[in-house]
Design a protein around this ligand. Structure first.
Ligand code: SF4
Length: 447
């Protein structure tokens, strides 16, 4: 079973899980906040022969990802794997041209490690910096040797290694100045982009880790806007939550210096109307279309002439967009509604997803169906969690019951977000979504 899930993870996401072991102890690490019952696996360093078998399953046409939490496996620091360098060499010899993406906390990156990485190009590092001050690294991550990661950033820049910096923002603990310094450090020491994350906490989080998530989000948004306006590199706040002034307009959040998009004259704030003559539906849709194209021709709002440039298929263009809606999921939901000939449809989504989906209701109601949209609170994880990926069948059940009791409605079709389930239809508690069928007279499907 375990080996089956591992293989599936590699095939589906092109993610190579190596270990859940970590040499640091971040106070925001999701590994320590999961309520009991969550079926998450903590991996010891995988034996070398097993890793070799998994390497053979990787797809050389897609980026190979190492060090990210995948499926049910919890995250860890990949460089703690005793065979990390041998594994990397094997991947490189089998797939010489594929980009390898490694997510690391940077604490094990010394001069020798960076030299070895530069010999393994093309690769991309996601550096979880979180703070550029010794006090901040210690407070947030338990890292007593912050200087090592700071030096590593410079060495990577010198060696021409592309790296993206990330910061889990906890200014209520470290102070806003620490956040400002950390953000500036990445901008000035070679990062290609900076992502700032609003941390989440579950109902099990210690009191000192809790904060007013909504107020924090607005402050971070303002902080980011001010920083991004003067930054040479793209800065992003994640998650990108809906606000009253927003729409699905494909507004460019930033452009990587020296990229094809920058050379073609695309700038932060430009709005992409169409790619190769086809109108775009959302930011994510625009991003994916540009990524797939070899010679994208972009129509930009307010520009008299289209902008075009050359790039290889699936190579980045250097355009950075915030994440709004995966348009293929919207289309799939519309298709399911039409194919099932449903007249009364209930779409359950997360609190974060509700406003975005309201914008696409007319798309789903085109065929005459009456579509009711409802947000499901993440009661199981609790705390500040409000995302679809952490919803469970218990949460769906409780909201579904309330809606049916209140409205007295029986829906022909209930749609659930696929993000909450694995490819076998099971949630994080290992429960299958079909358990919800008894509550409603109609079908229940995931899209
Ligand atoms: S570096 Fe990543 S895996 Fe390690 S403790 Fe921090 S969040 Fe968890």
């Amino acid at each position: 079973m375990f080996s089956f899930i591992l293989r599936k993870t590699v095939r589906e996401g092109n993610i190579l899980p190596l270990t859940s072991t970590c040499n640091l102890r971040c106070i925001f690490c999701s590994n320590s906040q999961n309520p009991p019952g969550v079926k998450a696996f903590s991996l010891p360093p995988l034996p070398f022969p097993l890793v070799q078998q998994l390497i053979a399953l990787l797809d050389p046409r897609r980026k190979i990802i190492i060090g990210e939490a995948a499926s049910r496996f919890t995250e860890g620091e990949p460089l703690t794997h005793p065979d990390f360098w041998t594994i990397l060499s094997i991947i490189r010899s089998i797939y010489p041209k594929t980009t390898i993406q490694i997510t690391t906390n940077g604490s094990l990156l010394n001069r020798t490690a960076i030299k070895r990485l530069s010999d393994m190009q093309p690769l991309e590092l996601n550096l979880s910096l979180n703070s550029a001050t010794p006090r901040g690294r210690w407070l947030l991550m338990g890292d007593r040797r912050a200087n090592r990661v700071l030096e590593a950033a410079d060495l990577m820049a010198e060696a021409g290694i592309t790296y993206h910096g990330s910061i889990v923002a906890m200014p209520h603990l470290t102070g806003w100045q620490d956040l400002q310094l950390s953000c500036s450090f990445l901008q000035e020491h070679g990062a290609t982009t900076v992502r700032i994350f609003l941390p989440g906490f579950t109902r099990l989080a210690l009191p000192e880790l809790r904060f007013d998530a909504e107020a924090m989000y607005h402050k971070l948004r303002q902080f980011l806007e001010e920083q991004a306006a003067v930054s040479k590199i793209p800065l992003l706040l994640e998650p990108f939550l809906w606000e009253d002034w927003q729409s699905l307009q494909a507004r460019v959040a930033g452009v990587i210096p020296g990229s094809p998009a920058e050379r073609a004259g695309i700038r932060r704030g430009d709005v992409i109307k169409s790619v190769n003559g086809r109108p775009v539906k959302s930011r994510v849709d625009a991003f994916k279309r540009v990524c797939k194209a070899v010679h994208p021709c972009l129509e930009l709002e307010g520009r008299e002439f289209p902008v075009s440039f050359w790039k290889e298929k699936h190579d980045g263009a250097g355009i950075v967009m915030n994440h709004d809606l995966e348009w293929e999921h919207v289309e799939k939901a519309g298709r399911v509604i039409r194919e099932r000939r449903a007249r009364s449809v209930l779409v359950l989504t997360s609190i974060w997803g509700l406003h975005w989906l309201q914008l696409v209701l007319p798309e789903w109601e085109r065929g005459g169906a009456r579509v009711h949209l409802a947000a499901v609170p993440n009661r199981f994880f609790g705390g500040s969690i409000a995302s679809a990926g952490l919803l469970t069948t218990l949460d769906f059940r409780s909201t579904l019951r309330q809606i049916i009791e209140k409205r007295g409605d029986v829906f022909d079709l209930v749609l659930l977000p696929a993000r909450a389930f694995d490819s076998g239809g099971r949630d994080l508690l290992g429960r299958h979504y079909s358990r919800l069928r008894g509550l409603t007279g109609g079908r229940v499907e995931i899209v």
